[in-house]
Design a protein. Structure first.
Length: 130
C-alpha cells in the first residue's frame, strides 16, 4: 500500500496539532545521572534522545545519542564516570500540544534540531515531537 501525502501550502489550515503526533510518557534523566545510565535508558526506550529535567521536572536540556558518542570517544573516560551535565545541550526548545505541526516544524528548522519537547502549562516536560 502506498501512502500519498498532500503537500501543505503556507496559509493552509493545519490538519494536525503537535498533540496528534507527539510521543507521550517519554523517559527523562537528570544532570547528575551518568552517561552510561542515559545511554541505557535510550536503548531500553528505543529512542535517540532524552530530555534533561531539574528536580521539579522542568526541562533544562536535552542529551542525544550523538552527544554521548562524541564525548565518549573524545574524552577517553568511561561513560560511567561522566555525567549527563557534561554532554547535554540546553535550554531546550519547547512547544505546546495545541500548537500546529507546521509551527513545530518551523521551530525545528529554524533551530536546526530534530526533536522538540512539548510541555504542559507550567513548563513540565510531557512528551516529544516527533
Amino acid at each position: 500500500m502506498v501512502e500519498r501525502r498532500v503537500p501543505v501550502q503556507a496559509g493552509d489550515s493545519p490538519a494536525l496539532s503537535v498533540g496528534d503526533i507527539m510521543t507521550r510518557n517519554v523517559r527523562s534523566c537528570r544532570p547528575g545521572d551518568t552517561l552510561a545510565g542515559a545511554a541505557m535508558a535510550m536503548c531500553e526506550a528505543d529512542c535517540r534522545f532524552l530530555p534533561v529535567g531539574d528536580e521539579a521536572g522542568h526541562p533544562i536540556g536535552v542529551v542525544t545519542d550523538g552527544d554521548i558518542c562524541l564525548l565518549g570517544t573524545t574524552s577517553h573516560r568511561r561513560l560511567s564516570d561522566m555525567s549527563v551535565r557534561d554532554a547535554m545541550s540546553g535550554p531546550p526548545e519547547t512547544c505546546r500540544a495545541g500548537d500546529s505541526v507546521l509551527d513545530a516544524l518551523r521551530i525545528m528548522k529554524g533551530r536546526r534540531i530534530r526533536h522538540l519537547l512539548w510541555s504542559a502549562r507550567w513548563g513540565f516536560s510531557r512528551g516529544s515531537c516527533p
